[in-house]
Structures are given as C-alpha cells and as structure tokens.
Design a binder for this molecule. Sequence first.
Ligand code: 5GP
Length: 345
Amino acid sequence: MRIEDDSKLDYKDVLIRPKRSTLGSRKDVELEREFTFRNYRSENDEHYRGIPIMASNMDGVGTFEMADSLANMGLFTCLVKNYEADQLIDFFSAEQPLRRANVAYSTGITEQDFEKFTRVYDKTGRQLKYVCVDVANGYSERFSEFIKQLREAYPQIVIIAGNVVTGEMTEELMLSGADIVKVGIGPGSVCTTRIQTGVGFPQLSAVIECSDAAHGLGGHIIADGGCTCPGDLAKAFAAGADFVMLGGMLAGHDEGGGEIITRYYRTGEVIQTDAGWEDQIEERKFVSVYGMSSKAANEKHFGGLKEYRSSEGREIHVPYRGNIENTIQNLLGGVRSTCTYGARD
Ligand code: 5GP
C-alpha cells in the first residue's frame, strides 16, 4: 500500500478568503454561465446557458415536477432512472423548450437501459438533448465501453458520465465520448460507500483534481454530493466545478412528491389551563430521503436487495420545506454573496 500524504480536503476543511471586490451588490452578480461541450455535435451551434446547479437523479429530488420548477428558474435536473419509457416520452415530447435545455434523461448501463433510451429517443427526437449515464462506480471498463457505444450511436446528445473522483478516469471518460464528468464517490448525505467499502476521496480535492483534468481536454465536470449549505456550493465552484449537483439540499419539497410524515414532540414547556397543567406539544413535518442504492430504494424499484449486494445508502428524514422556490432563492443568494467577496467569475 502507498499512502498519499499531500492533503486531501473536504468542503468543511476550507474557507474562502475574501479579496478586494469591484462588485457593489449581490444584484450585480450574474450566476448564469454559457458552455460549449467537448464531444457533443451541436445542431445550430446551440450552447448550454443557465445557472449551473443540478437536482440529482434521486427519488424525491429528480422528479418531473422538480425539473419543471427548476427549469423555470434557470436550473438543471437529472431525472430519476425509474420513470417508465412512456412517461419519459410524454414528458420530453411536450412542446417545452425549457425541458430540452435543462433536463437530462438518466440511465444505467445494461442492454435493457440502452434499448429503453433508444425507444425514448426515437419517439422524442430533438426534444431530448442531455443523457446522464449514472453508475455508483465509474471505474469499470464496461462503463467506458457503454459511453463509447452511446457516443457512436448518438453524436448529437450531451453525455454526462459518472461517478469518478480522479483525474485519469475523468480523462478516460472524456476520451470515450463524455461531455461532462460527474465527480463524487462517498460524500453524499445518504451515502454509506465509505463505510461499506472503505473507498472514497475527499470531495473538494476530487473536484480540484478532476476539473483540472477535464478542463485540460476542453471538458466539464459536475461536483456531485456533499454540499450541505450554500457556502459549500461556492467552494465547489471555486475548486473548479462547472456544475454542482444536489440531493439532500433539494429533498423535502413538494416537487419531490414524497409522503409527508407528521411527528409530535414535547417542547418541554408546561402551561396551566383550566383542566390543569398541560405539556406543550409541537408538530413537525418530515419527508423521507434515501440513497439510490439503499435498502429502501432497492425494495421500491427491484423488490429487495440482491443477495450478493450490500446497501451503500441509507434512509433519513429531512424537515418538510414546502415549495422549492424559497430554498433556491436562499441558495442563490448565498452564492451571489460569495461573489461579492472578491470572486471574479
Ligand atoms: P447529497 O447532495 O445528498 O450530499 O449527494 C447527492 C449524491 O449522492 C447523488 O447525486 C448521488 O451521486 C449520491 N447518492 C445517491 N444515493 C446514493 C446511494 O445510495 N449510495 C451512494 N453511495 N451514493 C448515493
């Protein structure tokens, strides 16, 4: 075994040092970015333009409703893999240019996955532009092969591929045909990969390393997982991320469609009423969020965990937070504010 003894850091290990700034106010901060992707053969010289923050393809996050709400605000969504082909055909066929520009179809790498994508693409044609090929472990040869096969068959789509955490695999995926590489193994709020397998990489360092590799080839990356507050997004962008993907931070909203669980707690306060002393009870609402390779997800989508697999995700309850719009405003406000402390772009 060889120990790498240079420091490897997570978001929580760093802070952004302020610098003299010419920006007077948060209003002057433009969060929209424009990108031209590396491998995708653009029709009509069409570029990506938007606020490069993405909803993850997790249950309760990457839903159709979330995709439409976020697209209206200029943000991006990777849909969950488990929608049926017909549902996806209906969604992408609608005359909604915002969906083409801001929503990705997500897929695994089996033959059935390829067939399902072909069917949806054939029916929706030009309406579907982004495909997120998502596996827990992006280091298998089979994964790069799938990316090559997809690129050859569909030169006109933008391919997002992940997850990896090192520069050499980022390059390999870009050379196989990916436009955007998704970076992150182990940092997620509902991820237990580090515990179950001992595999992982501190996320800030992974973003620094992979963005450097991708940018050297004219590619882009997504920092996926591990953000717990708006400041973490700012750190991810500062580290070189082109996009930041969020799961837990966007969970618990109406658009995710999860069941709302109500619980009652004693506040510890006791007040006197006509009937005597009464404990004060507080009502709190929660929504369940689970990792996509958790036992809960496997039971929901595959009828249980296969015996040779262990779960690499957990289920947690997050506070129910209503509509997604307020959360996004707060999040964008944080990132805008970061920029007024001296960030250039
Ligand atoms: P978060 O923003 O919640 O910290 O992280 C979201 C990311 O966690 C997702 O985009 C995905 O990459 C990862 N993730 C989601 N479910 C699971 C899971 O069950 N296991 C693992 N290892 N990662 C997961």
